[in-house]
Write a protein that binds this ligand. Sequence first.
Ligand code: ZN
Length: 505
Amino acid sequence: MRKPLFFLAIAVVLTTATVHVAQAPPAWFGIAPPAGIGDPHRPILDVSALKPAPATVLSGEEKNVDLSGAAIRRDLDAIVGFAKADRARGEKAWGRITGFRGADDTHAWVLQQFKAAGLRDVETQAYTATQATWHPKQWQVRLLANDAAGPGARDVILESAFPTSGSQLPSGPIIGSLLFVGATTDAALPEVNVTGKIVVQTLHPPAGAYSERTRTTERARELAKRGAIAVLNVIEQAGNMHVRDFSNCGVPCFNLGSDDGRFLIGVLQRANGAGIQARISLDTEMLDALKGHNTIGIVTGKRAEEIVIVNAHADGWFDAAGDNGDGLAVLVALARHFAKPANQPARTLLFVASGGHHGGGMNGPGNLVTMNPQLKGKAVLVLNLEHIAQLRFQNDPFRVEATEQPMGFGISNEAPAIADAARRGMQRYGFALRPNFSSSIAGDLGGYAPLGVPRVQAIHSGPMYHTSGDTLDTISTPGLERAARFYAFFVNEIARTDRAALQPK
Ligand SMILES: [Zn+2]
């Protein structure tokens, strides 16, 4: 549906231009340059009027103040603050990134919260990355104001540009002519010569950009094989977000936000292949032996020797409010709640703020299992809190609603007793789970596989996933409370369910 709109817009401009055929084309063909990245800590759409329904507080549960939305929101604010501080220090690829200060500060904060809550054996365990980490330091994608761009044109910097993982320009900046080659969903690449060109393609993810990974990177690699010197992926969502996704393009590859993309493609279609050029610079480093961290703490249960692990990954890209600030804030809330003697669970709970979810060779859960061999045999279940309270964003048209993003609930062994506990929790608290549960546990649970116990999570991957649009204001405060009350109930139920029912033979 979009392409006809693009062409319609171009057609209208073309018609207008034909009327003034005697005049020189205006700068950038009269297309207004994009506004830039703006304040990336603000949401990409106005969410100020959205008021999700308040959380359900059942009679007798008002006293569970650690689970209130307002309390969790304060912690989420602090967690997102570590990412904002990272950007304020000058990190262009900011976040709470494992191996960097934003993540280290987050773990120090979690450690403090666990200690203050009265958890036992609180510590931050460090481990070393087993592979080098690609780190983009500086970059720029600049459209050059040459004759083809029209008289009076000035260079336009595409501020949303974000290099895809592994991209490098070891010989310094490159300059090349730009060429638009259509959408990743087109049946085939156009029969054009891309040799020496900076090639532009569009993709249109229905949810997060991750869903277009295969198509986008395979097409980029094909373009690289045919001689393109760089690929720009225009991601059709909203505004001018950074999108951190894709890798292994074959040539340096950058993702562009929607506004930059609209301008770029508009100009290229008007120029009709005539000499629009870009200069691309990219300064990266490969960092060896970075340190990752897991921060852990224990609440002793009535049956002390059996353990339920409750995990949330502490790292994230950009502000990472929904991936995974929300999960981490709820983890801290649950730790405070269960640490109170009145709320002692039937089994021991091990709370884990894990590292390295987004970093290669630094997986937190995998290292936790290796570094704490006593968990094998004692652990009975692992629960993962990940992406659990974001407002519902959708594409086509791009919009946001006053409710939470629906989440898929996954139970690795599909044990009926676990599903039953979750369904009862859903009914009690209105947690936004999709009705059909599955055995899919794509997320932070992979590293726990060696424990050989059921692994459980709710998760979504909405349009804000891995973008700079994943900001504090996109998180539903009642949604945080729904998640916390649901998980407090669920953990209690799991803690007192027989092991044979959790893991039927
Ligand atoms: Zn995540």
